[in-house]
Ligand binder design. Structure first.
Ligand code: XMP
Length: 515
């Protein structure tokens, strides 16, 4: 394992992902971790992340100075390198010129850390401070026009530093450098693979759960489906998968999910039909936040009732992923027992807390994984591509894609229109170019003409989105012909709709969903 000591860099998580791409396991840990704790973790290498501070700030985070003497190879990145230099007796000062963006790296020592790093190759810089006096035992491995000490090493003690960010994609030979550190300097073996993860997590689940019962709320996405599969392989009938059908899923989805689990995975699923209950909750409600709140509350009520009916359960399985673990740090830990406890159901991040008396212990087999790793595991255990590469779908489902009041009639109209969108997006093979593709129903009506008859019906909004992470997004520049086909089909095939409009708003200022 390689540990990444985090000093508050936006790139710490990215470093961990890059290391894992070399098939070596990596974890991000706090800069407060002591040398003793580090020794117990027994990593083969340590990476010190960048950070927003200057090492000479009073509030600058520092690591335990004993870590330099652990005998474990260390690579400091940006702030991490400056800290290494400062704590070992060198000098860091404000650079004459701050350096942001691309810089050409000139290699002075093409061995060791910089093997296969091409002379003049582009590296990504982001720093206002520079090391201008190296500690004893260190030498310069590379420089840029602006930065004399762009890469440094104390070969004997296996301490390395780079002023640039090898983890970002703009650093052309960054991965080569990371591989040198991981394989040659730390002598790690590429053993972090999907198959070993599946094997190990099955063993771990058995160890933790013993003969106790586990409840899993299945949503049909890649996380909960992968989770169900792992748990069922590990503990069989001790697992209960519960699928709560709120009535807000896309056309045919509940049926497809149940069929997949029954016929392909042979995993039993408790189907809870709560459609009428949810719809009744939304009767007469048009305000988006109130809709979400009611859906959230109803979900908790149904969940509570059904878990009592099917239980008792000792554990709740949650699809927590590694980014959640990094973000929430220790906030979900029960201070008395040290166990992680459920404070919210992740797949419905707007649902709020579970009732206090319903505190399960948690089992979270995916908590070491990044999303792309979950997809790989899902694929390796036979989840179909339609689940593995599925677009995100919001917890409250179609209820927040019907603007204003949700009624059974409007749900049916939206489901049919949404199906046309999905069919055409698939048929034209643009599904994987898009982040999301869906229909929204507006509660207004406009005039149209069909045959010789006047129509007065709802419009459908098409929302086709490209995005990297859902935080920012743009409307997709799909061919006009595709828009035309979708529009024609919806107006002709979906009763109650006589107009289709295309949403050309990016995020920001819009959001992806309409509510
Ligand atoms: P917005 O509309 O905020 O959406 O731009 C960003 C991403 O989050 C999804 N989304 C949700 N997912 N429960 C979820 O699980 C929700 O309540 C929810 N609201 C929005 C949205 O589909 C998009 O991918």
């Amino acid at each position: 394992m390689i540990v990444i000591i985090d000093f508050g860099s936006q790139y710490s998580e990215l470093i961990a992902r890059r290391i894992r791409e070399t098939q070596v396991y990596s974890e991000v840990i706090s800069y407060r971790t002591t040398a003793e704790q580090l020794r117990n973790l027994n990593p083969k290498g340590i990476i010190l992340s960048g950070g927003p501070n200057s090492v000479y700030d009073n509030i600058a985070p520092k690591c335990d100075p004993e870590i330099w003497h652990l005998g474990i190879p260390i690579l400091g990145v940006c702030y991490g390198m400056q800290l290494m230099v400062q704590q070992l007796g060198g000098k860091v000062t404000r650079a004459e010129r701050a350096e942001y963006g691309k810089a050409a790296l000139f290699v002075d020592d093409p061995t060791d850390l910089l093997t296969n790093v091409e002379e003049g190759s582009t590296m990504w810089m982001s720093h206002g401070d520079s090391c201008n006096e190296l500690p004893e035992g260190f030498e310069i491995l590379a420089h840029t026009d602006n930065t004399p000490c762009a890469a440094i090493a104390d070969h004997e003690k296996k301490l390395y530093g780079v002023q640039f960010h090898p983890e970002v994609v703009h650093s052309i030979c960054g991965l080569a450098l990371i591989r040198n550190f991981v394989y040659h300097i730390c002598v790690c073996e590429p053993t972090w693979t999907t198959a070993t993860f599946v094997e190990e997590s099955i063993r771990e689940i058995r160890g933790v759960v013993g003969d106790k019962r586990v409840l899993l709320a299945l949503s049909g996405g890649v996380d909960s489906s992968t989770l169900a599969f792992l748990l069922y392989r590990a503990i069989g009938e001790q697992l209960t998968c519960m699928f709560i059908d709120q009535g807000f899923m896309r056309k045919g989805e509940p049926e497809r999910l149940l069929k997949l689990f029954k016929e392909q995975f042979h995993i039993p699923v408790e189907y809870v039909n709560a459609r009428d209950r949810f719809l009744a909750q939304l009767n007469g409600i048009a305000d988006p936040e109130e809709k979400r709140r009611r859906i959230g509350h109803e979900f908790i009520s149904v969940f509570e009732e059904e878990s009592k009916r099917l239980g008792p359960f000792d554990y709740l399985a949650q699809g927590t992923l590694y980014p959640d673990v990094i973000e929430s740090a220790d906030t979900n830990v029960d201070p008395k027992t040290g166990e992680r406890v459920a404070v919210k159901i992740k797949s419905h991040h707007n649902v709020g807390g579970l009732p206090k008396d319903l505190r399960f212990k948690l089992v979270e087999p995916l908590r070491k994984l990044f999303k792309d790793e979950v997809r790989k595991v899902g694929r390796s255990i036979g989840l179909p591509e339609e689940i593995v590469r599925r677009h995100p779908f919001p917890g409250p489902g179609l209820a927040i894609r019907i603007i204003g009041e949700v009624t059974a009639e409007r749900l049916n109209i939206l489901r049919d229109a949404d199906l046309v969108v999905r069919q055409e997006i698939n048929r034209h093979e643009v599904y994987h170019d898009l982040w999301q593709a869906f229909a929204v129903l507006l509660p207004v009506r406009s005039v149209g003409v069909m045959g010789d008859k006047r129509t007065y019906a709802y419009p459908i909004v098409l929302r086709l989105i490209t995005s990297e992470d859902g935080m920012t997004a743009d409307w997709a520049r799909v061919p006009y012909d595709l828009l035309e086909i979708i529009s024609n089909r919806i107006v002709n095939e979906v009763k109650g709709v006589n107009r289709v409009v295309y949403d050309i708003t990016s995020k920001p200022p819009g959001t992806i969903e309409w509510e």
